[in-house]
Design a protein around this ligand. Structure first.
Ligand SMILES: Cc1cc2nc3c(=O)[nH]c(=O)nc-3n(C[C@H](O)[C@H](O)[C@H](O)COP(=O)(O)OP(=O)(O)OC[C@H]3O[C@@H](n4cnc5c(N)ncnc54)[C@H](O)[C@@H]3O)c2cc1C
Length: 394
């Protein structure tokens, strides 16, 4: 797997990494990351947030001026515009991610559909929003997606809900197609993913004839995904449609392993972090080998994988800003990678979550947990912010 060519980008330049932040914002982020590096404090705060979420305690006053400000664009699209503008100045695109999770009612699904279509329309007229994105669990219940994935018997109301889901998803993909704005479909838990895969593939065959409009997401922490991706590319070649693919390692690791252990089936997760890393890098290689019909987004904060992708592009003689290749990180995370990649000439975008504070809380809790230092080791983001503060001082 190791690729011996020279790295094409350096992630050590803190001045490029944080040029978009004023001294005040930099200090603010410093304090947030400093607090999150305190494992005990983060555990306490996330437990409190989880309790607040389940007990409907008010949380907005505490979350909005703190973690929400660092990791989200705003509560609405219009509140997020200033962040999008700031990213544009550094040639970093924004992917508006309407972050509501765990919806259960048809009326909520209809609202989410309208919101996603609004983000597509905004992207159509704003070249700094290169794509849109969607979580299928925002437009259908998890219960239904699980039944569809496992092939369980459907009641007549399930059948009606399944038809609604298909029509809703098709309307969203059609509006992306008509606006010429690609849409990334997020990958979710393995027990609902088969239904998502089938929906995405059917839309790919419909809308990806000239370019990739509908993007699948492959989670390389699943040991079956490299084979899935290989077969998907073969199918695309056979049937004449393009493959859009966001490649991620995968969230929900503990949840996947815990459920498998509890229910006594073999875990779908790779046996080690190294196996996930190898599969991730192999997927990058596979996509670059098929770049004539594959368009990718490398959704990762992993330095090696990002550098590896720059090397693959270089070795294949492809432009740094090849239109089929995007690097992407989450807003507020790994700025030192995003902004250095963009300054070096690569296509870069940030997932920019937005939505009512309470609805974004599960997302924010995941970010806080991910940024906690392991065994007292300082997180890279935090150490880069500190480096930049010291550089500006001197
Ligand atoms: C732009 C963007 C879009 C994303 N979209 C999605 C999405 O649609 N669906 C989704 O699930 N996630 C998504 N993610 C999250 C992503 O899957 C990862 O959780 C996160 O980015 C951390 O992985 P990493 O590649 O940045 O690298 P690293 O920090 O190097 O890797 C951490 C990841 O490695 C894997 N891992 C860790 N330990 C083990 C182990 N013991 N065995 C096997 N694997 C292990 C896990 O996947 C873990 O998240 C997205 C991330 C980004 C940046």
């Amino acid at each position: 797997m190791a690729n011996e060519s020279e790295p094409q980008v350096s992630f050590e330049d803190s001045s490029t990494a944080f040029a978009h932040l004023s001294n005040g914002d930099l200090r603010f982020n410093y304090w947030i990351f400093r607090l999150m590096n305190n494992a005990g404090l983060t555990k306490f705060a996330t437990s409190l947030a989880e309790f607040a979420l389940s007990s409907r305690m008010p949380v907005r006053w505490a979350a909005k001026p703190t973690v929400f400000r660092v990791f989200c664009g705003g509560e609405t699209i219009s509140e997020s515009i200033s962040v999008i503008e700031k990213l544009r100045e550094s040639h970093v695109g924004a992917i508006l991610d309407y972050s509501v999770e765990g919806q259960e009612k048809e009326s909520d699904f209809a609202m989410t559909e309208q919101e996603i279509i609004r983000t597509i329309q905004l992207a159509k007229d704003n070249e700094n929003i290169p794509v849109s994105c969607i979580k299928v669990s925002g437009i259908a219940s998890n219960g239904l997606l699980e039944k569809l994935s496992t092939g369980s018997d459907l009641s007549s109301s399930d059948k009606e809900a399944a038809a609604n889901l298909h029509q809703r998803f098709e309307r969203i993909c059609r509006s992306a197609y008509e606006a010429n704005v690609p849409i990334y479909v997020d990958a979710e838990e393995s027990w609902i993913q088969d239904a998502i895969d089938r929906l995405v593939e059917s839309m790919m065959t419909q809308f990806n004839r000239e370019k990739a409009i509908v993007f699948q997401t492959t989670q390389m922490f699943r040991h079956d995904r490299l084979e899935y991706l290989t077969q998907l590319i073969l199918k695309g070649r056979r049937e004449g449609f393009r493959i859009g693919n966001k490649i991620v390692r995968g969230a929900y690791l503990d949840k996947e392993n815990a459920r498998a252990a509890e229910q006594g089936y073999p875990t779908p997760i790779q046996l080690s972090k190294q196996a996930t890393d190898d599969a991730y890098n192999a997927a990058l290689q596979l996509c670059i080998e098929n770049i004539d019909i594959v368009e990718i987004c490398a959704g990762t904060h992993n330095e090696y994988s990002s550098i590896y992708l720059t090397q693959l592009l270089n070795e294949k003689g492809l432009d740094k800003n090849h239109p089929h290749v995007y690097f992407s990180q989450l807003y507020g995370m790994s700025d030192y990678m995003s902004f250095n990649l963009a300054a070096a000439g690569y296509n870069v975008s940030k997932y920019l979550p937005y939505g009512p504070v309470r609805s974004t809380l599960p997302y924010l809790i995941r970010r806080a947990k991910e940024n906690t230092a392991i065994a007292g080791q300082m997180g890279k983001e935090y150490s880069m912010i500190l480096k930049e503060i010291n550089r500006r001082k001197s």
